[in-house]
Design a protein around this ligand. Structure first.
Ligand code: ADP
Ligand code: ASP
Ligand code: MG
Length: 407
C-alpha cells in the first residue's frame, strides 16, 4: 500500500464535469488500496476573478484581506470534489489549510510554510478516507488566513508529501510533463522524461510556471519523489530526479522566460564606495525584490547602474530611484517595462565551453539586441525587448537542437 499525494491544478478542476473526472481518477487509485491525499487549486480563472473584484473595491487592499478573499477559490473545489467522491461511494473528507493546520509565517500573499500538523490527515487516512486539502493556503500563529503566492498549491502538495513521507507526489496539470520550453510558445517543445532538481529549480525561478519554485525547493530538501503529469491523458510524465552522473546529459535541458520584468537605470552616479547600497537600499526597504544587477564604470569616474524588478513594482521603484538620483547628484534615471528575460538552463553547461557564444550568435542572427546578461553555473539569462520573446525562444530552441531531444 502506497501513500500518494495528488495535486490537480485549476484547469483540471475548471468545471463540475472535470471535477467529476478527477473524482473518478482518485476513486480508482483508492480502490487499488492506496492512501490518497488530494490537493486542489481553485477553478481556472477564479483567483484572477477574485483579485479583480478586490481591485474594484479599493486600489490597494490590505494583504490580509486579499488572503481572506483569494483563499476562497480552493475552499469551493475541495468541497465539490469531496461531494463528487461521496456520490461515487468513496469515503472522503475536505480540509481547508487552517483545518489541517498548515502553519505559515504572516507574510500575507506570499507566506512560507513553517510546519504541517499531520495528525488530522493521518487519522483520516487510517480510517480509509481520501483527504481533500485546499491548496495555496495556510494559517499563521494568530489564526489569520494566509496564502502562499501564485501557483502555491504545488507547494502545499509537496509540503504535505514531505510531512507525511508520502511515496510519491503527483502534480496533475494541463500539460503531460515538463517540456524543453513552454509548449504554448514553441509547439516543437519536447517533453522531458526526467529533469534534475537543480535544473527544475532554475527553470522555475527563471519563469517556468509549471511548478512553483518553492515546491521544487521542498522536494529537493525533503527528497520527495515528484512527478508532473497530465490530468487528461495517460502517461508517465516527467520525474524530477537527483543528478545521475551515469546519464549522458544534454548540453541544455530547457529554455525559461519571464514576461514580468522591468529594468531601471541610473546614469552618471559618482563612483564612490557605498553607491550600490545607496541605490538599492531604499528599494530593499520598500520590499521590492531586485533580480539582475549590472554596474559599468565610465572613464569620468562616474558609473551607470542597471537592475531589474518585477513589473508590478516598476512604478514604485522608479519613484524611489528618482529620489536617489537627486540625493546623489547623479545624471538621470531611465526605465523600461517592456523587457523580458530569456534563459537557457542545463547541468551539461558545466562541462562544455561555447554555450554562451552559441546563444549570443543565435540572437544576433535574428537581429535581437541583448540588453543585459547574467550567468551562473547552469544558466545564462539575457534581457531582450518583449517583442522578441517568441522569436528568441524558438531560435534558441532550434540552435540547441532541443526539438531533437528524445523523451
Ligand atoms: P496548473 O493550473 O495545473 O497549476 P499552470 O498553468 O500553473 O497549471 O502550469 C502549467 C502550464 O505551465 C502549462 O500549460 C504551460 O503553458 C506552462 N509551462 C511553462 N513552462 C513550461 C515547461 N517548461 N513545461 C511545461 N509547461 C510549461
Ligand atoms: N489558485 C492559486 C493561483 O491561481 C494557486 C494555484 O493554482 O496553485 O495562483
Ligand atoms: Mg500552477
Amino acid at each position: 500500500m502506497a501513500l500518494l499525494v495528488y495535486k490537480f491544478g485549476g484547469t483540471s478542476v475548471g468545471s463540475t464535469e472535470r471535477i467529476k473526472a478527477v473524482a473518478d481518477k482518485v476513486k480508482k487509485a483508492h480502490d487499488l488500496g492506496d492512501q490518497i491525499v488530494v490537493v486542489l487549486s481553485a477553478m481556472s480563472g477564479e483567483t484572477n476573478r477574485l483579485i479583480a473584484l478586490a481591485k474594484d473595491m479599493q486600489d490597494l487592499p490590505t494583504e490580509r484581506e486579499m488572503d481572506v478573499l483569494i483563499s476562497t477559490g480552493e475552499q469551493v473545489t475541495v468541497a465539490l470534489l469531496t461531494m463528487a467522491l461521496h456520490a461515487l461511494g468513496c469515503e472522503a473528507c475536505s480540509y481547508t489549510g487552517a483545518q489541517v493546520k498548515i502553519l505559515t509565517d504572516s507574510s500575507f500573499t506570499k507566506a512560507r510554510i513553517r510546519e504541517i500538523e499531520d495528525s488530522n490527515l493521518r487519522a483520516e487516512l487510517c480510517a480509509g478516507k481520501v483527504v481533500v486539502v485546499a491548496g495555496f493556503q495556510g494559517v499563521d500563529e494568530l489564526g489569520n488566513i494566509t496564502t502562499l503566492g501564485r501557483g502555491g498549491s504545488d507547494t502545499t502538495a509537496v509540503a504535505i508529501a514531505a510531512a507525511l513521507k508520502a511515496d510519491e507526489c503527483h502534480i496533475y496539470t494541463d500539460v503531460d510533463g515538463v517540456y524543453t520550453t513552454d509548449p504554448r510558445v514553441e509547439p516543437k517543445a519536447r517533453r522531458l522524461d526526467h529533469i534534475t532538481f537543480e535544473e527544475m529549480l532554475e527553470m522555475a525561478s527563471l519563469g517556468s510556471k509549471v511548478l512553483q519554485i518553492r515546491s521544487v525547493e521542498f522536494a529537493g530538501k525533503y527528497n520527495v519523489a515528484l512527478r508532473v503529469l497530465s490530468s487528461f491523458k495517460e502517461g508517465c510524465g516527467t520525474l524530477i530526479t537527483y543528478e545521475d552522473t551515469q546519464m549522458e546529459s544534454a548540453l541544455i535541458s530547457g529554455i525559461a522566460f519571464n514576461r514580468d520584468e522591468a529594468k531601471l537605470t541610473i546614469t552618471g552616479v559618482p563612483d564612490l564606495p557605498g553607491v550600490a547600497f545607496k541605490i538599492l537600499g531604499p528599494i530593499a526597504e520598500a520590499n521590492i525584490e531586485v533580480d539582475m544587477i549590472i554596474q559599468n564604470i565610465a572613464e569620468d569616474a562616474t558609473t551607470d547602474f542597471t537592475f531589474t524588478v518585477h513589473r508590478n513594482d516598476y512604478q514604485r521603484a522608479l519613484g524611489l530611484l528618482e529620489q536617489t538620483c537627486a540625493d546623489l547628484g547623479a545624471r538621470k534615471v531611465a526605465g523600461d517595462d517592456t523587457i523580458v528575460k530569456v534563459s537557457i538552463v542545463g547541468v551539461g553547461m558545466r562541462s562544455h565551453a561555447g554555450i554562451a557564444s552559441t546563444m549570443f550568435k543565435t540572437l544576433a542572427e535574428e537581429g535581437i539586441n541583448i540588453r543585459m546578461i547574467a550567468t551562473s553555473e547552469i544558466k545564462i539569462s539575457v534581457v531582450v525587448d518583449e517583442k522578441y520573446l517568441e522569436l528568441a525562444v524558438r531560435a534558441l530552441h532550434a540552435a540547441f537542437e532541443l526539438d531533437k531531444i528524445s523523451a
